[in-house]
Design a protein around this ligand. Structure first.
Ligand code: NAD
Ligand code: UDP
Length: 311
């Protein structure tokens, strides 16, 4: 039985990863400071004797015995990571140093949840791992983008200098049940607006693109990466790219909602295009997304409907 630490385990992606790794017979330690994570996400796991919850902030050092670390702790939606940008940067930078030191002490493998945001507003499309990106160092998204870039640097330097077994995955937009309803991301906003008959808020003219991956596919990719001999970085995402306007129409059609589309100002530095090139993940991990957008949206809409019914 492996002892696996998942930081950010009470968050959206982390909660799915905790459940999956528990079901596979591991001992799972979920660490979270509950900044954006929610107890409801892990409620069903708390009675499992192989599950442990540690309320802790990764900017402070930690001492536990573990074989593997998945470092997911970091607010991921723009309104959340921009709420306290200095703290966001500390979470990425001090957090990864603490986790790398812990990995070294335990001789453990460590996987860092990096992001497509390391490519910034990309000039190369679709994004390949050897593209260095186009990131504004002083913009409103920089606390997140540059924090994640710095964490990648630290991962790589600990690998080179201290011979740690490190793995970097660059996650593209992911969606599914357990997303935080008020996190301001496009998937949660559009679905909740459609279900409640509120206006669908498109930022800008809606021509910007994103590529949405269902959370089960993503979790499969994270586990395959941890089990591989590959250090990465590797893109994990669904290459099916769509404009935000098309996505709004898809949500309207899917939910049968009569909501109107309205246009709001585009936040600064909002990337114009985003689509992963997943050739590397296919070759090195034998991974590609399998869940169709309609199946993924079905699960996600059911989840948000249940949340609204509880209100
Ligand atoms: P989330 O906000 O739902 O989860 C993040 C979790 O980390 C939360 O439970 C939060 O409470 C916890 N956390 C934040 N700061 C912490 C700290 N200092 N100490 C301890 N815990 C802390 O976000 P998510 O969508 O599940 O994202 C998980 C990871 O994946 C993040 O690192 C994010 O950057 C990365 N990622 C996500 C996406 C996506 O589309 N969801 C895309 C790219 C990268
Ligand atoms: N967006 C939008 N309406 C919303 C929320 C987001 O048009 O209510 C846009 C946002 O400006 C961006 C895209 O949708 O262009 C994806 O936003 P999200 O915050 O989900 O993720 P990220 O920008 O980090 O990829």
């Amino acid at each position: 039985m492996k002892r696996i630490l998942i930081t950010g385990g009470a968050g959206f992606i982390g909660s799915h990863l905790c459940k999956r790794l528990l079901n596979e017979g591991n001992y799972v330690i979920c660490l979270d400071n509950f900044f954006t994570g929610r107890r409801e996400n892990i409620e069903q796991l708390l009675s499992n004797p192989n599950f442990e919850l540690i309320e802790h902030d990764i900017i402070d050092p930690l001492d536990v015995n573990i074989d593997e670390i998945y470092n997911l702790a970091c607010p991921a939606s723009p309104p959340h990571y921009q709420f306290d940008p200095i703290k966001t940067m500390k979470t990425s930078v001090l957090g990864i140093i603490n986790m790398l030191e812990l990995a070294q002490k335990n001789n453990a493998k460590i996987l860092q949840a990096s992001t497509s945001e390391v490519y910034g507003d990309p000039k190369v499309h679709p994004q390949v791992e050897n593209y260095w990106g186009n990131v504004n160092p002083i913009g409103i998204r920089s606390c997140y983008d540059e924090g994640k870039r710095c964490a990648e640097t630290l991962m790589t330097d600990y690998r080179r200098q201290k011979k740690l077994d490190t793995k970097i995955v660059r996650i593209f937009n992911t969606y599914g049940p357990n997303m935080t309803p008020d996190d301001g991301r496009v998937v949660s906003n559009f679905i909740l607006q459609a279900l409640q008959g509120e206006d669908i808020t498109i930022y800008g003219n809606g021509t910007q693109t994103r590529s949405f991956c269902y959370v089960d596919d993503l979790v499969e990719g994270l586990i395959k990466m941890m089990e591989s001999d590959f250090a990465g970085p590797v893109n994990l995402g669904n290459p099916a790219e769509r404009t935000i306007l098309d996505f709004a129409k898809l949500i309207l059609e899917f939910t049968g909602s009569k909501s109107k589309i309205v246009y709001k100002p585009l936040p600064s530095d909002d990337p114009t295009k985003r689509q992963p090139d997943i050739t590397l993940a296919k070759t090195k991990l034998d991974w590609e997304p399998k869940v169709d957008i309609y199946d993924g949206l079905k699960q996600t809409v059911i989840y948000f409907e249940q949340l609204l019914n509880k209100k």
